[in-house]
Design a protein around this ligand. Sequence first.
Ligand SMILES: O=P(O)(O)OC[C@H]1O[C@H](O)[C@H](O)[C@@H](O)[C@@H]1O
Length: 556
Amino acid sequence: MTAVPETLTAHLPDGVAEAVDARLLVAAEDDIVARIWRRDDTVWGPAGQPEVADRLGWLDIADRLLPEADDLIAFADEVRDAGILDVVLLGMGGSSLAPEVLRRTFGFQAGYPHLHVLDSTDAQAVLDVEAVTDPDTTLYVVATKSGGTIETLSAFAHFHALQPDGTHFVAITDPGSKLVDLATEHGFRRTFLNDPDIGGRYSALSYFGLVPGALMGANIRGLLQGAGIAAAAARPIDTRVEHAALWLGAALGELSARGRDKLTFLIDEPLQSFGLWVEQLVAESTGKTNEHPEHGENAVGILPVADEPLGAVAGYGQDRVFVHLERSDGEPSEGDLARAALMTELAAAGHATITTRFSPASLAEDLGGLFFTAEFATAVAGWVLGINPFDQPNVQEAKDNTAKALEARTPAQPDAHDHELQELLAAAGPPSYVAIMAYVAPSEQFDAAIAELRAAIRDATQATTTFGYGPRFLHSTGQLHKGGPKHGRFLQLVHGAAAGVEIPGQDYDFETLKAAQAIGDLETLRHHGLPAERVTLGEDPVAAVKHLTTRVQGLL
Ligand SMILES: O=P(O)(O)OC[C@H]1O[C@H](O)[C@H](O)[C@@H](O)[C@@H]1O
């Protein structure tokens, strides 16, 4: 029998601890850890399936890039010396979320440029970045693995028209992508060619995270060292040795197989934005439908839940598992204390709870370790669930439907009437969840309004709630929405921002693109037989969400 690894504290409901132990025995018998490190693709299915063997470069990327930390820091100094005051990262999903976590976790570093992350097609979001940056003192980092992502290339076209000097641009991409040619054509300051064996959501510790991190003055050496230590701790193949990442992956897989598939994160300051990154990692990796030769279609997945406001214990269903990233030292905030208290109550009430700790004194190292451990655990959970955690087959569908809507200029679906909203939400209790998706410029005020809407729905129905900004979530939880278990109930909110914010070279502007993405996604969800409703937000989106919350409270 194995115990919970020392770096974690866990309370598992009856029967689950035994299942995890049994799973760890199978992992030992099947040599899973050694096979993962040997990059053996048969851990996740038949040999030779696409997007497995060539998606395991993340395993040792931290050790491979540590010797390059000095070069990255020297590059950041060169950029500072060139008078750059702002860095704008243009990217989506795996190419933007780790930089966003670094930006929010470490904040402005004196003497370094401000980092901004634009991962939206909302015209106001584009204008917001424009309003606070001067193209003459701005460096634009164009980040896309494939080199073909529509949002990223649209943003590049827009900002290149404002700043035609190529030395104000940097590319991060895979060798041979279309962006490599663009960068050469326009004389970019530098192109960082990433290891192509790393997928977007596993790329935090590659150039995709490190280049923006270095540019904003974050401690990238610490990140890499912390990740290296976590990777070393994940190497032992003897299961008698503590292996936190293996245990975590086995536990999350077994919990999910028993219906506890809503992985709810409670995260202490200043790491709260980690939820945004881990959401993509877990949702896009695990939300899949398997074609099983004997059992037919089988959809699995672990739904990550980030930034949900805390509730009363009775408000949570039995479909949850709670993971607390807890600050181990320093002055706890009120929120930190509330999270710790809730975890204690949840454990006492028989919920599955897992706690891991980080220290503000070693924030970069601990964050690097968390990135790696989460990646390894997700790969293990993929093995438990019997899916390929490295592909994203359903993301393409929404992209195709966007293209169709753009081409045909399809009008938006009508707004939900009260009875439709009621039908959508009233039946949302476990195992269902309510996904709110808002096509609007991200802001703290909007986040706060959404938190109230989520609490209202959860408290009335016990449903798990998630929230994502469109089109950001399409590259993240969007995969699980369509590929995972058909438990989602979808509420799409769309705000019409300024028309006429141009995408040079295209006959549509940002708002037209955003509208097509919303239309295309709703279409895709409905095509999968999933309940999905749309609500148009009036001029003031925050006021509109508050109004919607009152309306929903009246219906539930
Ligand atoms: O880096 P890119 O090639 O631009 O891809 C950005 C994102 O887009 C896709 O939609 C994938 O689903 C994500 O996994 C990926 O991170």
